[in-house]
Every structure is written in C-alpha cells, then in structure tokens.
Design a protein around this ligand. Structure first.
Ligand code: RRO
Length: 309
C-alpha cells in the first residue's frame, strides 16, 4: 500500500492531486462533482466581491495539447462560494478559496470574508492574465508582497499565492524571499502563460475573441516551464514553504515529476477540462502502479528529491 498523504499547513491531502482553480469549480454542482471524485482537494473558482459574467465568447479553446483561455474571471461572487463551502464539510477534503481582487483593498475585503467560512485555505490569485486593460499583480513584486503582508495580518488560515511564470531567476528570488518573510504557507505555481495565441488556418482567424484573441496558454505544452518554476521556488525557499505545482499535467508520470521537483500538491487544469473528474481516479491508479514499480512506499519522502546529474 502506497501512502499518498501530504500536508501544507491545514491542507491535509489524502491524495495530493486536485483541480486547478477555474476548471470544474464555478458552480455548486461542479464543486460537488470534484468533491465526490478521486480528487484530494477542491479548489474554488477565483472569486471576486461581486459576481462577474467574464469576457465575451468564444473565450476558451482546447487544442490537442494545449488550451487558450481569456475567461475574464467569470464567477458567482464571494457570497455564493461562502454559502456553498458551508455545505461541503462532510466530504472531508481540503476546501481552498481562490480570491481575486482588482486592488489591494479588494483583496483585503475578500480575505476578511472568506476567513469567516469553513475554507481550509486561501489561494490569493495574483496572476490572472486576462483582465482587459489591467496588468498582472505578481509582476509588480513589491506591490504584490505588500498585499500578501496585509493578508497575512488578516487571516490565520493556511495562506498561499498563485503566481504567473517568471522569466528571470532574480524575480523568483525576490518573490521567494518576500514570501518567506511574510510567513505564508504556500506558493501555487504557475498560472497560465500570458499572451498565448492560436490561429485556425482554414478560416485564418484567431480561436478566441476577447483581448485581441490572446489569452492564457495552458496544457501539456507548458509542463516543463511549470516544473522549472516549481523547482526554482523549492530551491530558493529551501523547502520552507509548501509548493503546489500546476501546469500541463496529464498523467501520473507528470504528477511524480512535480513531486520530485518539490511540489507537495499538484493541480490539473486543461486536461481536467478535457477528460472530466474521472481523471483523478485514473491518475491515482497509474501512480500506484508507478510507485509500486519503483518501490516507493511513502510519496511524502520523494518531495523535492530530484538529483542533479
Ligand atoms: O478567469 C480567467 O480568465 C483566468 C484566471 Br482568473 C486565471 O487566473 N487564469 C486563467 O488562465 N484564466
């Protein structure tokens, strides 16, 4: 029997693979489907203070090995999700709120609200790539860190940030140092890669409408960027902060790569959208086979253990 248990603060995973925020988690019925599936946690759609319709359609495109989205944060609003989470305790899985503000004040208000409800953790989304006319908070590192420090003073719940891909080690270093100082429990890396584009060569058109037809790139095509972000954060934080790996996961092998790179939990987005929540039990079955073949009894022992060549 393989022991799959891992832990980040109060997030106790019996199996450390869940949905990524945004996929299969906007409505109550979707959240409950994830809770009933083989997923080890339920991550909610990023919530704003008020409900939002999001960007005009078509706003999601699934290619063979990738997705492009410019959803624009469609969600039912923080009050809706606070109501839903109250009905989900009996599933006994970590329930993670994802909060998305348009200002530091929004983030603080969102954090105060969700703090009063039985979420086990809060993932602060500082990396939405699709807000027309707005930048990505996490690319202004000093401002992002000041938001994080304020939120740390607002909640004692397990707190983490969801980050975009960084192109330079120095940026990761600055972020990692600031997050360690702020005293949060986890980093989720990485969000979709900004400014992705696909073109239909028959019609010679872009495949989505909003934001000039460009949006966050996800799916297996970004796996290796995400693994690099996870590893760099793990090394620069010396394993002192939990890492949730996300980006391009399609299989048990990919999950195991994230574990070796330093992730304590893994989220699946694009491939979950394609295959549905039955995916989690399939990954668990395949990961069991893989770990048995390798003689690994306890997944926790392998976190971050990749060796240099
Ligand atoms: O809703 C979105 O457009 C969206 C969000 Br909030 C996010 O964080 N990442 C993404 O790819 N899409």
């Amino acid at each position: 029997m393989v022991n799959f248990e891992t832990r980040i603060g109060d997030l106790r995973y019996k199996f450390p693979v869940s949905n990524a925020s945004g996929v299969w988690c906007t409505r109550e019925d979707e959240l409950i489907e994830i809770a009933k599936s083989g997923a080890g946690a339920v991550v909610f759609k990023s919530m704003t203070l008020e409900p939002r319709q999001g960007n005009p359609e078509p706003r999601f495109f699934a290619g063979p090995n990738f997705s492009i989205n410019s959803m624009g944060l469609p969600n039912l609003g923080v009050d809706y999700y606070c109501d839903v989470v109250g009905k989900m305790q009996h599933y006994r899985k970590p329930l993670v709120a994802s909060i998305a503000g348009f200002s530091a004040e929004d983030f603080e208000e969102l954090c105060r609200k969700v703090d009063k409800y039985p979420f086990h953790g809060i993932e602060v989304n500082l990396s939405c790539p699709n807000l027309v006319g707005k930048g990505i908070f996490a690319y202004d590192i000093p401002h992002a860190l000041s938001i994080v420090r304020t939120l740390r003073g607002t909640t004692n719940k397990t707190l983490g940030v969801k980050l975009p891909p960084y192109n330079e080690r120095a940026q990761v270093q600055q972020m990692a140092e600031g997050l360690l100082e702020a005293g949060i429990e986890f980093v989720t890396t990485m969000n979709s890669v900004p400014i992705g584009l696909d073109i239909d060569i028959e019609s010679e058109t872009k495949v989505i409408r909003p934001n000039g037809g460009m949006g966050g790139l996800g799916g297996p095509e970004i796996l290796h960027s995400a693994l690099g972000q996870v590893r760099l954060f793990y090394e620069l934080t010396e394993g002192k902060i939990g890492i949730i790996g996300v980006g391009g996961v399609k299989s048990a092998e990919d999950v195991y790569k994230f574990i070796l790179a330093g992730a304590s939990s893994i989220q699946v987005g694009t491939v979950l959208a394609k295959r549905g929540p039955a995916l989690f039990s399939e990954i668990k079955r395949d990961l069991t086979t893989l770990l048995n073949q390798k003689g690994v009894n306890d997944l926790q022992d392998k976190i971050g253990s990749v060796q240099a060549l």
